[in-house]
Every structure is written in C-alpha cells, then in structure tokens.
Design a protein around this ligand. Structure first.
Ligand SMILES: Nc1ncnc2c1ncn2[C@@H]1O[C@H](COP(=O)(O)OP(=O)(O)OP(=O)(O)O)[C@@H](O)[C@H]1O
Ligand SMILES: [Mg+2]
Length: 252
C-alpha cells in the first residue's frame, strides 16, 4: 500500500476462553475508501468492530493509526484517534434534540459538571447550517425529524469532530428501502470528505453497490477480498459460504 492507511489492523487475534473469534486478521482502510466487511453469523465481524472501537483489546496483533501503533483503553480513546462507530438507524437518540445528539458522548459542560446547553445549541446550529442552510428548529426531538434531517446530524457530527474512520455495524439492518437509500447517500457524502468507512453488512447486494472493496471473513479469518467492479454477487456469496472462489469456468 502506498501512503499509510488511515487505520490498519495487523495480525489481529482475539480469544474468549476456548473460542478463537479472530485468528490473525489483516485489514486496512484508506482515506475516502469504503471497505465492506462481510461474513456468516459468528464470523467475527462484531468482535473486530469492538476491537476497532475500543470496547475490548485484541489478544494479539497491532492496530495502527496513520502508520503508528496504538492501543485503545476505552471507546473514548478510540474516538480520540478519530475512530467513530455507529450502529443501526444512524445511531441517534430519538428522544433527544439535535444538539444533544450532535454532542452525544462529547457533551460540553460548565463549572460543577452542568451541561452547557446554550453552547451546545449554538455550536450544533452552526455546524448543521454550514451543511444545510434549511436546517431549522433544531430543538425538536429527532424522532420528529425527517430521514434527511437525521442524516444531516450524523454527517455533521462526523465532519465537525474530525472523524477519520467511521465504522458502521449493520447500519441498514433495521431500515426500509427509503432509509437504506439514505444511508447510501450518507456514505457517499462522507467518502467525498475523505473519511474512511468500514461497513459491516449481511446484504451482499448493498455492499456491491456501496463498497470500493469487499473483505470476506469466515471463522475469524480473511478468506478473500474483491472489488465489486471485478466481481459478482455470486462470487462474494460463494466466498462467504465456502471460503473460496468458484473455480474459473465452472457454472455457478
Ligand atoms: N463477549 C464474548 N464472549 C465470548 N465469545 C464471544 C464474545 N463475543 C463474540 N464471541 C464469539 O466470537 C465469535 C464471533 O462473533 P461475532 O459477534 O463477531 O460474529 P459476527 O460475525 O458479528 O456475527 P453476526 O453476523 O451474527 O453478527 C462467535 O463464536 C461468538 O460466539
Ligand atoms: Mg455481528
């Protein structure tokens, strides 16, 4: 690889008692690159995500950020290195308003630990209106907001806090077709800002459409890597199921 990847996993292993969840995984994501991670139930995808987001440490191997080895003591630590993880439905808290969601986990405080709601409101309003001048009435609970407005909050967060790598574990699993399309737009927008994306998904069709590169994990090992442009859904499915490609020339 030419320039140092944004984030690189080198020989990552993870054991839980007798379970070898990851057996030496190498994976790199570059700036503005969308890498999809696919694989069967239990392949080790979520364990990998949790290692990247600082939920727990690998048993062995190295995490590198911009070429330098790092260790994460906590999710806050991973975030300090610019690695942000979002889960389903764009990871917004429905009962909170836009500023509270914008600063979720990074709340601004005044003396004695009181939330500085005024400053959070004005900073969130500024970041959101930079992105979309029509974003008004930010103090409604986000559950009342449109899909586009919710998306704007997620994008504004990633840009404002200088996220380098966004990890999305099954972001479309609970969404309908319309919202799934919005996640696609979100990914395109973040990629154009130079943010790297690691997309975990079961949906082969989705990842064929969204990813620059697809990495297939099986039983804790990387068994293949393809570029959608040079591959097919059948080939990816075959890698997921059998852990190898169809011999060339064979009928699928
Ligand atoms: N906290 C844990 N303690 C013990 N074993 C675990 C733990 N987390 C995961 N495992 C095991 O590690 C393996 C990989 O699990 P993981 O959750 O990463 O799979 P996955 O690829 O995300 O699957 P799915 O597609 O179902 O989400 C499984 O055998 C699982 O039982
Ligand atoms: Mg999982």
């Amino acid at each position: 690889m030419a320039a140092a990847a944004l984030v690189e996993l080198v020989g990552i292993t993870r054991h839980f008692a007798g379970v070898h969840a990851l057996k030496g995984v190498d994976l790199a994501v570059g700036a503005g690159e969308v890498v999809a991670l696919v694989g069967h139930n239990g392949a080790g995808k979520s364990v990998l995500v949790q290692i990247l987001s600082g939920v727990f440490a690998p048993t062995g191997g190295e995490i590198r950020v911009a070429g330098r080895p790092v260790t994460f003591a906590s999710p806050a630590d991973a975030r300090r290195y610019g690695i942000e993880t979002i889960y389903q439905t764009l990871a917004l808290a429905d009962n909170l308003d836009a500023p509270a969601n914008f600063f979720l986990g990074r709340e601004l405080r005044r003396a004695f630990g009181f939330l500085d709601k005024k400053r959070m409101s004005s900073e969130a309003a500024r970041a959101l209106s930079d992105l979309n001048p029509n974003f008004i009435d930010i103090e409604r609970p986000v559950r009342q907001m449109s899909g586009g407005q919710r998306q704007a909050i997620a994008i504004a967060r990633a840009i404002h806090f200088d996220v380098k790598l966004l990890v999305m574990d099954e972001p479309t699993a609970a969404l309908g077709p319309h919202e799934t399309a919005q996640v696609g737009e979100l990914i395109a927008r973040l990629r154009s800002q130079g943010i790297g994306i690691l997309l975990i998904s079961h949906d082969v069709r989705d990842v064929m459409r969204l990813a620059d590169r697809i990495v297939v994990l099986k039983n804790g090992e990387v068994v293949g890597e393809v570029r959608p442009a040079d591959s097919s859904e059948d080939e990816v499915v075959d890698l997921i199921i059998r852990g190898r490609r169809l011999p060339s020339g064979s009928a699928a």
